[in-house]
Design a protein. Structure first.
Lengths: 282, 316
């Protein structure tokens, strides 16, 4: 065997193994998509098969009708409202805080920075009980405010990401702007903000998909079904005792993953960069 | 950061010492005003939604409170109850340690192996990386948990596949011995983000080390254990800490896929805490549970950090 054929053989084996592995890993997702296209009564006949007997798009139509007279139009609208407002707030205020940390030398900066790093490690589950009681004091249970406010004023992970980014911007730019008559505030708007757009994009994408997935907060705060976001609606839709139309359940489950996947495929670059530079959890 | 900033400040202030004293103060005042102006939203958010809740939760953990009326001081009763008189607490501890102790290594080993494989391949890395990262992107969502329940259900795809090749199916979710493993696999399946961090770490190892080793006649396995692994240890440390916290905090999979059962075999800690707080409205007891978990996570993080002196290699 010549060196060349040996090398080629090695390459083919590598790709076969990796390809097979990738397929096995993706099987559950493909299976879900295939099941959503199967006729409802056929979902569990040869359940592992990936080829639907007939392409049944009616599952999507049936599933979209939702439950208790509330369609998925409402659930998606609710999700977009919650995700949108939270994301806008947390991106703007994270950028503001990041600039303060990275460029202004104020008393107590180290203390607040350390505190930010600590809250970054603190899981939401640790504060959910006191937060719930607080929102209960203000009678805000069953509104969107408890879902929006806690991350609205800046999110430690994003602040950290943006600080890292601002540090790569040469300080000479700030100094030049200062000579041209800019003050601390206008430097932020005119110099820093335009330059940290990539970091803001990365944060927006992460915020979008963490909020989209958020399940626990809606679960504890929301009571009226017409206020449910998609995640909580799916949980009710999927209650084992209540499900009769399995095809529709698979259809709505598949659909709920679609926005995340679309965002992922479009903005992959930002996500991969965000993870590799700051170690954001994915 | 701090050093660079003071350095710049020194450069900006005029060298004449007599004028320095006079001018330093107003600059510092403006900096303080501006600093706190820019930080005010963050500080408000942190106090209102982090610091105050943490303090309040610590207080609640020493009380008896069910959302009606006012919290009644109970001293250490909650903690005493937990450790001496609550078998479910011990179930939750056992299950959570088992889960974190298996799921985290499974995920990290997978992530490392695949990252190493991808690092060797030259073509199509992008495609593999994208596709293998996909489970990690969707994995946290409720939809995937629902899908997982069907996948391992009695008439789900796994059993149907086993039967089609002549094997016996199994009640994966109904058997206390296997139910937790379906959750471990679900966690391991989402190895994508760790894989990407490892891949970035591998790319950062200077090739000159490998070249030098080759000149010295090092074998592939030697290179792996003497260069690759030591150079990756900082990345491994970071991953281990994040994943351990993440593993201890898992909730959704147990809530959706197995609902904590059968016979508490998948009663993850946060699920137990959730039930105490929002099904039995025992806010004092649930707060005590939260603080015990925080302590456990704190101890674990500290141990991992301390041990890192012995196994993490920093390349200067």
């Amino acid at each position: 065997m010549t060196f060349k054929t040996k090398k080629r053989l090695k390459k083919i084996t590598q790709h076969t193994l990796l390809g097979l592995f990738t397929l096995v890993m993706l099987y559950p997702l493909i299976w879900m998509l295939a099941s959503s296209l199967k006729e409802s009564s056929n979902v569990f006949v040869d359940a592992h098969s990936l080829i639907p007997s007939a392409w049944e798009f009616s599952n999507y139509v049936d599933g979209w009708k939702g439950f208790a007279g509330i369609s998925f139009t409402t659930f998606y609208k609710n999700t977009f409202i919650i995700v949108g407002i939270t994301t806008i707030g947390s991106i703007i205020f994270s950028a503001v805080a990041a600039y303060g940390f990275a460029r202004i030398n104020f008393t107590g900066r180290k203390m607040w920075f350390a505190l930010m790093l600590m809250t970054m490690m603190l899981p939401f589950e640790m504060v959910m009980i006191p937060q719930y009681i607080m929102f209960n004091w203000f009678e805000l249970i069953d509104t969107y405010l408890p879902l929006i406010l806690p991350t609205f004023f800046g999110y430690p992970f994003f602040i950290f990401l943006m600080i890292q980014f601002i540090r790569t911007i040469p300080k000479e730019l700030d100094q030049a702007a200062r000579i041209d008559g800019c003050n601390t505030i206008s430097i932020f708007f005119r110099i820093i903000v335009p330059l940290i757009v990539p970091a803001m994009m990365t944060s927006t994408i992460f915020s979008f998909y963490w909020r989209w997935d958020d399940f626990m907060a809606p679960l504890i705060y929301l009571q009226s079904p017409e206020k449910y976001p998609v995640s909580l609606a799916l949980k009710l839709f999927s209650d084992p005792e209540a499900v009769t139309n399995w095809g529709a359940l698979f259809a709505m489950t598949t659909l709920s993953l679609l926005p995340i996947m679309i965002i992922f495929f479009i903005f992959q670059r930002y996500i991969v960069d965000g993870i590799s530079t700051s170690g954001l959890k994915g | 950061m701090q050093e660079a900033q003071t350095e710049e400040r020194q450069l900006n202030t005029p060298p004449d010492p007599s004028s320095m004293k006079k001018r330093k103060k107003p600059v510092k005042d403006i900096d303080n005003k501006m600093g706190y102006l820019f930080l005010s939203p963050f500080i408000f958010g942190t106090i209102a939604f982090m610091l105050f809740p943490m303090a309040y939760s610590l207080y609640l953990s020493f009380t008896d409170y069910n959302l009606v009326g006012t919290p009644q001081w109970a001293g250490l009763a909650n903690y005493k109850e937990m450790f001496t008189n609550d078998p479910q607490f011990w179930d939750a501890i056992r299950v959570t340690f088992f889960y974190a102790g298996t799921a985290v290594p499974v995920r990290l080993v997978f992530a490392l192996l695949i990252a190493l494989a991808l690092n060797k391949v030259v073509e199509m890395v992008g495609i593999y990386r994208t596709l293998l990262y996909l489970p990690s992107i969707v994995g946290g969502s409720i939809g995937v948990s629902i899908m997982w329940r069907q996948l391992f259900g009695n008439d789900g795809a796994i059993n149907s596949f086993l039967e089609s090749i002549g094997l016996q199916g199994h009640s994966w979710l109904g058997d206390p011995d296997t139910a937790i493993w379906t959750l471990v696999i679900l966690y391991g399946w989402q190895f994508g983000s760790s894989m990407i961090i490892f891949l970035a770490g591998l790319r950062n190892i200077p090739s000159i080390y490998y070249e030098a080793a080759e000149v010295d006649g090092a074998k592939p396995l030697q290179k792996f254990f003497k260069i690759t692994i030591p150079m990756l240890t900082p990345v491994i440390l970071f991953n281990v800490i994040m994943q351990v916290i993440h593993g201890f905090m898992a909730f959704t999979p147990a809530f959706i896929v197995t609902e904590g059962g059968p016979i508490n075999s998948t009663l993850l800690y946060v699920l137990y805490m959730y039930r105490q707080a929002f099904q039995f409205f025992d806010m004092g007891y649930a707060s005590a549970l939260a603080w015990v978990m925080l302590l456990i996570i704190g101890i674990f993080t500290a141990i991992i950090f301390k041990s890192s002196d012995y196994w993490v290699h920093y390349d200067n």
